[in-house]
Design a protein. Structure first.
Length: 196
């Protein structure tokens, strides 16, 4: 199995409240990571995370915005414990990220959306290969079902219009033709809306 050389967070966006930030710090502790928190101007917090067994360190800056702590940007590190802690943090706190796991001859790129992996791509010198992509099958089926319902309703409205036109042509009574004309206007507006 290939050994990971580095992990790179190309784009990261985590939005945490104060309790979630504390939970994230506890998560780092559970991975045997040492960290120092420095409070900056306007309540921003800079967190330096270190592995207890090595020199690799990661600095994260959480900007204070509207009562939340926002982590945005990119970072690169080689420590596997830091990589696992960051992966769990993105998943648990519903973050968005593009993450490169870098190996000697290839890179595996993960796209996270709201904490879930939605796409995995392998990047090599030969090009890009899609490994996994999330498909909302239920949503697509619902959309297709709704589309079929609209088509069926269009057919029904057309039949109603044809019947009313036949009745209008056969009728000679003014009050009945006025009623039919009003119904035809209503149905033609409905047909226009359905076909749009």
């Amino acid at each position: 199995m290939a050994q990971r050389l580095a992990t790179e967070y190309v784009k990261t966006c985590l939005v945490l409240d104060e309790a979630q930030l504390s939970q994230m710090f506890q998560m780092f502790q559970s991975h045997n990571l040492l960290f120092k928190v420095k409070v900056l101007d306007h309540g921003d917090q800079e967190v330096v995370i270190e592995n207890a067994s090595g020199p690799d360190a990661l600095t994260l800056t959480f900007e204070r915005r509207l009562g939340k702590y926002v982590l945005e940007g990119s970072c690169r590190f080689t420590d596997l414990r830091i990589a696992n802690a960051m992966r769990k943090a993105v998943a648990q706190f519903k973050g968005d990220a593009v993450v490169n796991r870098i190996y000697e001859y290839h890179t595996v790129q993960y796209h996270y959306l709201a904490g879930a992996v939605v796409r995995i791509t392998e990047l090599t010198q030969r090009g890009e290969r899609l490994v996994y992509e999330y498909k909302d099958t239920a949503g697509e089926l619902l959309k297709q079902f709704q589309s079929v319902n609209v088509e069926a309703e269009i057919q029904v409205v057309k039949l109603e219009i044809n019947e009313l036109l036949d009745r209008r042509n056969a009728s000679g009574v003014r009050s009945e033709t006025d009623f039919i004309d009003a119904e035809l206007r209503r149905l033609s507006n409905r047909l226009f809306a359905l076909e749009a």
